[in-house]
Design a protein around this ligand. Structure first.
Ligand SMILES: [Zn+2]
Length: 397
C-alpha cells in the first residue's frame, strides 16, 4: 500500500522512500513507492514532475485496480531505498491555479448562483465551466472582486477526511461520486467547503491574484478563463510589453490606444477607398490605350490580345471586362507566371463564345477554368510571356 503524503503535506519536496514494486508503463520503467509526495494526475490537476534517485519522473498516475501511485521514469533506478525530489515551481503553480479555482468557483456560486461543472488546468490558462446560460458584466466583476478579497484575507486552507455518512453536516455544493467510505474536504475558512483530492496552498494569500481573462458561451454554458499567481503576473507582463510597444509605435499614452487605433482604421478605410478609385481610373486609361491598338476582325468588331509578365488575376479579369465594354472588343489577356492567368471577354454586341475559346487554350496546357459566352477566365498552369503569346496565336477566332 503506497501512502499519499501529499494529502496532509503539500509543501515537502524532498523525501526518502522504498520502492515496493517495479513495472513498465508503455515500455518506460516505473516504480511504486511505500509512500509518495508526488501528485498523480487527477481531478483536473496535472501530475508532478521531479526525480527519483536522480532519474526524471515523467508521469505520475493512480493505478485503477489498487489505487497505487505509479511513477513513470525516463531511466532505471537500481536502488531500493531512494531519495526523491519534486519540481517545486511546477507544483506551486498547480497549487495556485487549483486553489484559485476553488475560490473563483465559490465566488461565482455566491454571486451568480452558478455551479462549476468542469475544470481544466492547462499549461497556459485555466478554465471553469459554469452551469448557467449567461453572466452579465456586473456578476463577472462581482465574482472577481469577491475572489480576490478572499485571497487578500489570507484565510487558512485546511483539509480533512470525513466519513461519507457525515456529509450532511457540511455545506457542500456538490458531492462527488467516488469510491470508498471517506471523503477529503478542503476548507477555506468561513468561505468554502469542497470535496477534493488535490494539492492546495495553506493560506489563500499564496494564490497571489485571481484574474479572469475571458468569459464565453460554450454549448449553452459559460466558460471562464482565468490565471492565478505567477501565471497572472507573467500574463500581465506579456500584455504590458505588447501595450508599451503599441503605445511607443503610435507615440501615444496607453489610454489613447483604442481611440488612435480606431482613427488609423478609419484612415486606412478611406485610403483603400481612394486607392480603389485611382486604380479604376488607371485601369480605364489602360483599357483606352489597349483599344487604340486593337485590330479589326474579319467578322467585325475589334480584337485586343495582350500578355503581361505576372499580374494580379483579379486585376487582369477586371481589365478584360473594361476593355470589352469600352471598346466593343473581343479581349484575350494573359499574365505569365506560375500559375499563369488567362482572361477572355467580349462586348455583348459581338458574337463568339469566350468559354469555348478558353477551353481551346486550356486544352493545350492542362489548365483549369470556365465562364460564360461573354466572359471566361482560367489558369492553374505555368507559362512564360512567349508561351502565352504562342498559345493565343493558335486560337481560332
Ligand atoms: Zn482542490
Amino acid at each position: 500500500m503506497s501512502i499519499r503524503h501529499y494529502y496532509n503535506d503539500a509543501y515537502t519536496t524532498e523525501f526518502e522512500a522504498t520502492i515496493i514494486e517495479r513495472l513498465t508503463n508503455n515500455d518506460a520503467p516505473a516504480v511504486v513507492l511505500d509512500g509518495s509526495y508526488f501528485y498523480p494526475a487527477s481531478g483536473g490537476q496535472p501530475h508532478d514532475t521531479g526525480t527519483i534517485d536522480g532519474v526524471n519522473v515523467i508521469e505520475v498516475f493512480v493505478r485503477e485496480s489498487d489505487q497505487a501511485v505509479v511513477h513513470v521514469l525516463d531511466g532505471e533506478v537500481l536502488a531500493d531505498k531512494v531519495a526523491a525530489q519534486i519540481d517545486w515551481s511546477r507544483r506551486l503553480d498547480h497549487m495556485q491555479q487549483h486553489t484559485g479555482q476553488h475560490i473563483l468557483s465559490a465566488a461565482f456560486a455566491e454571486i451568480a448562483d452558478a455551479l462549476t461543472i468542469g475544470f481544466h488546468l492547462g499549461t497556459d490558462a485555466c478554465t471553469i465551466d459554469l452551469a448557467i446560460g449567461r453572466l452579465d458584466g456586473g456578476q463577472i466583476a462581482g465574482a472577481a472582486a469577491l475572489a480576490n478579497k478572499v485571497v487578500w484575507d489570507n484565510r487558512p486552507i485546511t483539509s480533512k477526511f470525513i466519513p461519507k455518512s457525515d456529509i450532511s453536516n457540511y455545506p457542500l455544493r456538490k458531492v462527488p461520486d467516488i469510491p470508498g467510505d471517506e471523503l477529503r474536504l478542503v476548507i477555506i475558512e468561513d468561505f468554502d467547503y469542497n470535496a477534493c483530492g488535490g494539492t492546495h496552498v495553506r493560506g489563500s494569500a499564496e494564490v497571489g491574484l485571481i484574474k479572469i481573462n475571458k468569459v464565453e458561451r460554450v454549448r449553452g454554458q459559460v466558460r471562464v478563463e482565468f490565471r492565478c499567481g505567477q501565471r497572472a503576473l507573467l500574463d500581465y507582463a506579456k500584455k504590458e510589453t505588447i501595450i508599451n510597444q503599441l503605445a511607443s509605435d503610435l507615440t501615444c499614452a496607453m489610454e489613447d490606444l483604442p481611440h488612435n487605433i480606431n482613427g488609423l482604421r478609419q484612415e486606412l478605410k478611406l485610403a483603400n477607398k481612394q486607392l480603389k478609385k485611382q486604380g479604376n481610373l488607371l485601369l480605364q486609361m489602360e483599357a483606352e490605350r489597349l483599344v487604340e491598338g486593337a485590330q479589326q476582325m474579319a467578322t467585325g468588331g475589334n480584337l485586343v490580345v495582350q500578355v503581361y509578365d505576372r499580374r494580379d488575376a483579379n486585376e487582369l479579369r477586371q481589365l478584360a471586362n473594361t476593355v470589352a465594354r469600352f471598346g466593343e472588343c473581343v479581349v484575350i489577356l494573359g499574365a505569365a507566371g506560375n500559375p499563369a492567368t488567362v482572361a477572355l471577354a467580349r462586348a455583348r454586341s459581338l458574337e463568339g463564345d469566350m468559354n469555348t475559346l478558353l477551353q481551346q487554350i486550356l486544352a493545350q496546357v492542362d489548365g483549369t477554368g470556365g465562364g460564360s459566352a461573354t466572359f471566361a477566365s482560367g489558369g492553374g498552369f505555368k507559362a512564360t510571356v512567349a508561351e502565352l503569346e504562342n498559345l493565343f496565336s493558335a486560337v481560332a477566332l
